[in-house]
Design a protein around this ligand. Structure first.
Ligand SMILES: [Zn+2]
Length: 95
């Protein structure tokens, strides 16, 4: 039995926060960052507080650190190209 692992998986949801200051918004449409603790609503979280990233569509963790954020873009390109191209399309329409 590994109940500890299960506990960690369910508690991830309570530790998710939005990436602040998104330079490339399309990479964060389904990705959130994971804090080391349950989110305190009164506190402001930065990308440097993240111990990893989480894809809400795949429900899987992606390794992430503020000094090396490129895994998120790699995940989006590999798994969610449809989201990226739809985002670009919609952006074109707005012009
Ligand atoms: Zn994904």
């Amino acid at each position: 039995m590994d109940e500890n692992n299960d506990a960690e998986e369910t508690s991830v949801e309570r530790r998710l926060f939005e990436m602040p200051r998104q330079r490339r918004k399309e990479n964060w449409l389904c990705i959130k960052l994971i804090a080391a603790e349950d989110i305190d609503k009164r506190k402001k979280y930065y990308s440097s507080d993240a111990i990893g990233a989480y894809c809400t569509l795949c429900e899987s963790r992606i390794s992430f650190s503020s000094s090396n954020p490129s895994n998120v873009a790699r995940h989006m390109n590999a798994k969610h190209e449809d989201i990226l191209s739809k985002y670009k399309e919609d952006k074109e329409k707005d012009k």
